[in-house]
Write a protein of this length. Structure first.
Length: 255
């Protein structure tokens, strides 16, 4: 009787754990593979299935990537875009403070992934990925020394775990840190060229013509290409040129 009860309990536990693993995998795949995963959903999965296989570190890695993508795009995760790729809501555009906040959240997620996967050889690749993520955060902040330290950790762990190829990737990234830009200021709208079909950027008072500039714009460039004679609008070319004398050469020849 005791043996039968124990076997029945084991069967129920096995069915529960298998079913829980199936649910965890399905939920993670549905959220992580969405076009615009929501951070709250990934965080909830990592917390709910912390005891199920590799779900927690995978969800944390994906969460860190979502925040890093937001920083690179300058848009909040899940921001709706119009057909031209512009945000429909101005509130989704990230300022410097919001970008720094997302960098901090990405850093937290990558560290959580490392903590969840450390100590298990089968999850070494996730630990390496977490250090790559932390290096990306450091690069985005312009901290080359911190980025190099994370790449060195990634290379060491990958080498010890026999993950061929990853140490070389880390070492290659370290060679590019010398060219890491220190000024990541983006150009303002006024610094960008005007695209055909789009409104011109706002201009300051310094960009306006002086008060004593000719009202007819005669000091500017002639309208038209050099090859078409520079024809001006509204008959300006006819007013500017003197009347040409009548051609009498044919009459003279007749005489």
């Amino acid at each position: 009787m005791i043996i039968s009860s124990a076997w029945f309990a084991w069967q129920r536990w096995t069915a529960y754990t298998v079913g829980r693993s199936t649910d965890a995998i399905a939920e993670y795949a549905a959220v992580a593979n969405a076009p615009a995963p929501l951070p709250a959903s990934l965080r909830a999965i990592a917390e709910a299935y912390a005891d199920v296989g590799s779900i927690a570190p995978l969800a944390q890695l994906r969460l860190g990537d979502v925040h890093m993508t937001a920083v690179r795009r300058g848009l909040a995760p899940g921001a709706a875009l119009d057909p031209f790729g512009n945000p429909e809501n101005d509130a989704d555009v990230l300022d410097d403070g919001a970008k720094d906040d997302h960098l901090g959240r990405a850093q937290t997620a990558y560290r959580a992934a490392i903590d969840a996967a450390s100590g298990e050889p089968s999850k070494a690749v996730m630990v390496v990925s977490g250090h790559f993520g932390l290096a990306a955060v450091a690069e985005a902040r312009g901290d080359a020394d911190a980025a190099r330290a994370e790449y060195e950790r990634a290379a060491t762990i990958a080498r010890d775990a026999g993950l061929t190829g990853l140490p070389a990737v880390a070492e290659e990234r370290m060679t590019t840190l010398a060219s890491l830009p220190t000024d990541t200021t983006l150009p303002s709208r006024n610094d960008l060229p005007v695209l055909p079909g789009f409104p011109a950027p706002d201009v300051s008072a310094d960009d306006l013509p002086a008060d004593d500039a000719p009202a007819d714009g005669s000091a500017g460039e002639p309208i038209g290409d050099e090859g078409d004679g520079g024809v001006a609008e509204d008959g300006a070319a006819e007013d500017a040129a003197p009347d040409a004398p009548a051609d009498t050469s044919s009459n003279t020849a007749a005489d």
